[in-house]
Design a protein around this ligand. Structure first.
Ligand code: GRF
Length: 222
């Protein structure tokens, strides 16, 4: 499965996907796209020998679609992509575009909920659980059907930074697991956390072992 990764920042999630997609994996990163020439993700792409594209105008659906089509994209992964994806692109890749969010949606999502804002809101709420969510991208921010999420405990002495780091370690396991499961199934499949999912905070590498595929997922019934 040919995967396009869109990223605005450092690209540690991109790196996790690149590492998981080494031969003979059934998925490969065909192109990395960013709205920002300064994104660390672009350098990671170049180092991995993957084409890196900087968008001239992130609002231009035609430009984005032409990049995705030129690289024969079958799955789009938003990994720390901070711009709204134009509706035409979302429609063209319906059920074939996923996003990773660093909290348990549907809470702590929506406009303005990115980066440290998310973790600060989790801490302010008093929630004792957080964790990443992978979801299908629809026209509304952070609202598409949930593909996979994994619980991470919040500690009483957490700061936004310590919580972000604990969640990020799990993101780096969860996102590749979703991408590889999609590649194997020929489309995005829901992954369920297996019995002892809570232990993952101590050992995120166990996600691959504990995640249970639970069927294809679509944004709407046909
Ligand atoms: C991650 O926390 C992801 O959940 C969010 O943006 C961050 C991206 O980090 N959407 P990185 O660029 O992958 O390191």
């Amino acid at each position: 499965m040919r995967v396009a990764v869109l990223a605005s920042g450092g690209g540690s999630n991109l790196q996790a996907v690149l590492d998981a997609c080494r031969e003979p994996a059934s998925a490969r990163v065909a192109v990395v796209v960013s709205n920002s020439a300064a994104a660390g993700a672009l350098e990671r792409a170049r180092r991995a020998g993957v084409p890196a594209v900087v968008l001239q105008d992130h609002r231009d659906a035609t430009e984005i679609l032409s990049v995705l089509r030129r690289h024969r994209t079958e799955l789009v992964v938003l990994a720390g992509y901070l711009k709204l994806v134009p509706t035409e692109v979302v429609t063209a890749f319906r059920d074939r575009m996923i996003n990773i969010h660093p909290a348990l949606l549907p809470s702590f999502g929506g406009k303005g909920m990115y980066g440290h804002h998310v973790h600060e809101a989790v801490l302010a709420s008093g929630a004792t659980l957080s964790g990443p969510t992978v979801h299908l991208v629809t026209a509304e921010y952070d609202r598409g059907p949930i593909v996979a999420q994994w619980p991470v405990p919040v500690s009483p002495d957490d700061t936004a930074e310590t919580l972000a780091a604990r969640v990020l370690a799990v993101e780096h396991q969860l996102l590749p697991a979703v991408v590889l499961a999609a590649a194997r199934a020929g489309g995005v499949v829901r992954l369920l956390a297996g019995g002892s999912a809570f232990t993952v905070a101590a050992d995120p590498a166990r996600i691959a072992e504990l995640a249970v595929p639970a069927g294809r997922i679509q944004s709407q019934e046909e």
